[in-house]
Design a protein around this ligand. Structure first.
Ligand code: PEP
Length: 257
């Protein structure tokens, strides 16, 4: 059965309690767009407040540690974010990989901890501008996914609910540049082929592959209408209900065909 488009907002390090009004507005609007699955990943401090108020949208985190607990000052475990109300976690975002030297192996360990805790995982991947210019984007991204996917995913009957891939070309994040629909289609087809190779046609064929990188209401229709694009991971444009739900609306129209 085709999945609903999945539109996920990554609030990054933005948001104090004053932003709860935007989360409420997003939640209310999402109740009118049930053909689209809408979720936001606010900073840790807002997970529980958003969870308490949200009736429709999913709430998630932007990272977690791979251990259950221990002497890890400043870190937070999968069980802790789940306890706060998170249903999913974004892992391997390029800003974590770059700013915190996260390796594929570390991302994989975090994914295993998240799945063991019952969380859904949004696994991010993407190439730098240099890698794309060198013509190595597809190989780089598929290798990154292979090395970052959690072990044990193949045993999950609800794999398509538990794992989502987000393709985010690094050079498109927060820059206003987006990949061409031809490049998005090529990359998403390669990711789909990898998922089918790893998990079989039935399970691997259902995992949603999101696109991320400067998605806005005015380009969302074209991007979301591209083959194998199952939704969007949205940074800047997810910070207001107006722009974020403009993207969700475009997703709903695309889904209706
Ligand atoms: C992101 O960082 O996940 C992202 C896609 O950001 P933006 O939409 O601002 O490019």
């Amino acid at each position: 059965m085709p999945q609903r488009p999945y539109i996920v907002g990554n609030w990054k390090m933005h948001g104090t309690r004053a932003m709860l009004s935007e989360a409420r507005a997003i939640d209310r609007a999402a109740q009118r767009h049930m053909k689209v699955e809408v979720a936001i990943a606010p900073p840790y401090t807002l997970i529980h407040p958003v969870h308490r108020e949200a009736e429709q949208i999913g709430v998630g985190a932007q990272d977690c540690h791979y251990e259950e607990g221990g002497a890890h000052t400043g870190d937070i475990s999968a069980a802790m974010i789940a306890d706060a109300g998170a249903k999913f976690v974004i892992l391997g975002h390029s800003e974590r990989r770059e700013n915190h030297a996260e390796t594929d192996a570390l991302v994989k360990a975090k994914g295993e901890a998240a799945l063991a805790t019952g969380l859904r995982v949004i696994l991010c991947c993407g190439e730098s501008g240099d890698i794309r210019s060198a013509g190595d984007a597809v190989e780089h991204v598929t290798q990154q996914i292979r090395a970052s996917l959690p072990d044990g995913a193949a045993d999950l009957e609800d794999l398509h609910e538990r794992i989502t891939i987000a393709y985010e070309p690094i050079w498109a994040i927060g820059t206003g540049d987006t990949a061409t629909t031809a490049d998005i289609a090529e990359m998403h087809a390669a990711i789909r082929a990898l998922l089918v190779e790893l998990y079989g046609a039935e399970l691997g064929g259902e995992v949603r592959i999101l696109y991320g990188g400067s998605v806005k209401p005015d380009n969302a229709g074209e991007i979301l209408g591209t083959a194998e694009v199952g939704g969007a991971l949205v940074g800047g444009a997810s910070l207001t209900a107006d722009s974020f739900m403009g993207i969700a609306l475009a997703a709903g129209e695309t889904a209706e065909g």
